[in-house]
Design a protein around this ligand. Structure first.
Ligand code: AMP
Length: 191
């Protein structure tokens, strides 16, 4: 089973991906996590994308498609949860091709619907919680980068909603409730 979690920053994709991973034995593939790892380990690519990520802009399609391609080849399991990928139409096309080349397909695209004010509140809250717990705060969890992240989402990622709707893969879920409630809605959408 291969699932995409689609939604703006702060919609809860990472949280729900972890629940799906635990409950369905799927492997979470988060391009954001992979890019942050590349930065921490100081690879050339990590250094190249650092400023772009901190500003809240999207890194190139080529880089993220390359990351996903590597993972698809190296992991085997019950399937994948794509979290934060694809974020552009060329990425969506590439994912379709990569899955097909591996004899697989997409089972569902779950759109997490959350209103914008809630998003901003969640992201500011995430930064505050991290600060209080003495944990590192994501460099892109500040108001300025958040505005850019939202704009990138609406300009480049939100067209994927129509794209997957037209393909018949889209399932929209209310992402506003408690974590467990949203998980339940996703579960019923997946059947
Ligand atoms: P995330 O953890 O999913 O919020 O991603 C953090 C940042 O990593 C984003 O703001 C982008 O700069 C970059 N990023 C993650 N996934 C992608 C993607 N699929 N395409 C382009 N940039 C990405």
């Amino acid at each position: 089973m291969n699932i995409i979690l689609l939604g703006p920053p702060g919609a809860g994709k990472g949280t729900q991906a972890q629940i799906l991973q635990a409950e369905r034995g799927l492997v979470q593939l988060s391009t954001g996590d992979m890019l942050r790892e590349a930065r921490t380990s100081g690879t050339e690519m990590g250094q190249k994308v650092a400023a772009i990520m901190d500003a809240g802009e999207l890194v190139t399609d080529e880089i993220v498609i390359g990351l996903i391609e590597e993972k698809l080849q190296s992991s085997d399991g019950n399937g994948f949860i794509f979290d934060g990928f694809p974020r552009t139409l060329p990425q969506a096309d590439a994912l379709g091709r990569l899955l097909e080349a591996n004899g697989q397909g997409l089972n569902a695209v779950i759109e997490l619907q959350v209103d914008d004010e809630v998003l901003v509140g969640r992201i500011v809250g995430r930064a505050e919680e991290a600060r209080k717990a003495g944990q590192p705060v994501r460099a892109d969890d500040n108001e300025e980068s958040l505005k850019t992240r939202l704009m990138e989402y609406y300009k480049k990622t939100s067209p994927l909603i129509g794209y997957y709707y037209a393909k018949g893969d889209l399932k929209s879920v209310d992402g506003l409730g408690e974590i467990a409630e949203v998980a339940k809605s996703i579960d019923s959408a997946l059947g």
